[in-house]
Design a binder for this molecule. Sequence first.
Ligand code: GAR
Length: 216
Amino acid sequence: MLNIVVLVSGGGTNLQALIDAERRGEIPGGRLSCVISSRADAYALTRAEQAGIAGEVLRRGDFENQPAYDHALLVLLERYEADLVVLAGFMTIIGDEVIGRYRNRIMNIHPSLIPSFCGEGYFGQRVHRAALERGVRVTGATVHFVNEVCDGGPIILQQAVEIQDDDTPETLQKRVMEQAEWNILPRAVAMFCDGRLSVVGNRVMQINKEQREDAE
Ligand code: GAR
C-alpha cells in the first residue's frame, strides 16, 4: 500500500475527489496518509480532518529561503513515508531538491490542456480568464508529473471540456473541475498506485501487469 501525501492551498475540492475515490475503493493500491497545507485557514484542512487524515501546515513565509523551505518539506514527506506527492491546488513553489528526490513521484493537476495556458502566472481562475480572452472553443485539465520546468513535466492524463458562449471564468472553472479535474486526478493516482505508469522521456505509458513483471 503506497502512502499518498496531498499538498493543498485552498478549498480542496480535488482533495475531496481523492477522499471520495479512496472511500469508494477506487484507489486500492494507496492510502491518503497526510495533507500538507501552505495556509492554516485552508478549507482543505477541514476536509482532511473530517476524513481522519493527518493535517500539517507549512508556510513558505516562515522560511528564510527556498532551500530551508525545501528541507522542511522533505522532513515532512519522510515522516509520512510519502511514496506519491499530489499537488492539488498547491500554490507554493517547490524547489529542485524536492523535485529531484521525488522524480516522477510528484503529480500536479492543472486546469487547462497543457501546453496551453500554463507556466508561470497561470493558476486558478487566471487560467480560465486567459482561455476565454483567447477565444478557444475547447479547454480542460491535465495531470502531469512535476519536473524543474513549471507545468512542463510528463503528461499523465488530460480531459477536454467545451467552452460555452456565456461562460465566465467562474462558470468555466466550475465545469472544468466537475467534468475533468475530479475525474482525472483520482484516476491518475490510482494508476500510479497500481504500478501502471511508466515514464519514457517526456511520455507516460500505461503498462499492464505482465509488462510490469517483465520490467522488474
Ligand atoms: C484547481 O482548479 C486546480 O486545478 C488549480 O487550482 C484549483 C484548486 O482547487 N491549480 C492550479 O491552478 C495550479 N497551477 P481546489 O483547492 O478546490 O482543489
